[in-house]
Design a protein around this ligand. Structure first.
Ligand code: SN0
Length: 315
């Protein structure tokens, strides 16, 4: 592994999950691996779990860590080629990324989509410009279309909590007050499609994910149907891909309620967080014994550490 931007960089998923579970048992077993190596974590957007878990994962591998909120702390970066830079952006990514590459051995980048122009967002300009100019391995900390560290975490968490060999895993769309990226559901779908699970996606009409992400998943537009016999309910809001960035539905029937959870096979409730209580999920569900959102967030460390260890071994 060199870059880590999607499931396509992950190699054998089971091996990566096994490595993460091994690191969970022995967090400090590889303290020497990252000694005298530096990771830079660059945030164009807010972060809680990604920022802290990746920092902790790098520290447990003995790495030095530098964190920067791009724009807020640094200069605003121009991402386009060949522009006359007479506006508000003081520095081009060509220099900024190359300079960061002089200071760091691995660079993590978080950059959300603008949700205005689908072709532009799905071109992954920011991630690709950092890959082009940094000259070092790039780890996605959530890009315009994907959140692979979250999806690896989710696979680890499902592996730990599953009671049957091939559990029924349901990605269920839920309402939200804001238009959110498709990153988490896109990534979750592309990872689940490669995992040994019975994968179902449930969403209102108009919320179809791009076909390259939904793949062969079974899809239903009924807010109840998918819950029957589910072993895992994974809730997430996303804005429309078809009517790009739009909110098309706010029907509370799509909220994950205790009533709907009764239809499941005592399913575990999952969400990547942050979550809007009583919009996405009822208090009664997220506060129940079957909610594993905190353990799931805890696993972010082992996902990040498995990825960073694998990259450190390849550089
Ligand atoms: C982000 C998203 O991609 O949905 C990050 C999830 C890991 N979520 C949000 O931006 C939530 C913002 C809000 O106001 O609830």
């Amino acid at each position: 592994m060199y870059h880590f931007t999607s499931v396509h960089d992950a190699g054998d998923l089971q091996s990566l999950v096994n490595l993460a579970l091994q690191l969970k048992k022995e967090p400090n077993a590889f303290r020497d691996l990252g000694k005298n190596k530096t990771i830079g974590l660059l945030f164009f957007n807010s972060s809680l779990r990604t920022r802290l878990s990746t920092h902790k994962a790098a520290q447990q591998l003995g790495m030095d860590v530098m964190v920067m909120n791009v724009g807020a702390d640094s200069w605003q970066l121009e991402m386009n080629e060949g522009v006359i830079m007479n506006g508000d952006k003081a520095e081009h990514v060509a220099e900024a990324a190359a300079v960061i590459g002089q200071y760091c051995d691995i660079v993590g980048v978080r950059s959300f989509p603008g949700l205005l122009d689908r072709t532009f967002d799905y071109s992954e300009q920011v991630l690709n410009q950092f890959i082009k100019y940094t000259g070092k391995p790039i780890v996605s900390l959530e890009s315009a279309t994907r959140h692979p560290l979250q999806s690896l975490t989710d696979l680890i968490t499902i592996s730990e909590h599953k009671k049957v060999e091939r559990p029924k895993v349901v990605l269920t769309w839920a309402p939200h007050v804001k238009a959110l990226p498709q990153c988490v559901p896109n990534s979750f779908a592309e990872w689940m499609n490669q995992a040994n699970v019975d994968f179902v996606i449930s969403h209102p009409k108009g919320y179809e994910l791009a076909p390259e992400f939904s793949g062969n998943a079974r899809i239903t537009n009924d807010p109840l149907e998918a819950f029957h016999g589910a072993d895992f309910i994974y809730a997430k809001n996303w804005s429309s891909y078809e009517e790009y960035g739009k909110i098309l539905c706010s029907d509370p029937a799509w909220m994950v309620s205790a009533e709907k959870m009764k239809l499941t096979n005592q399913a575990k409730f999952m969400h990547c967080l942050p979550v809007r209580r009583n919009v996405v999920v009822e208090d009664a569900v997220i506060d129940s014994e079957n909610s594993i959102v905190i353990q799931q967030a805890g696993n972010r460390v082992w996902a990040a550490q498995a990825v960073l260890k694998t990259i450190l071994e390849s550089i």
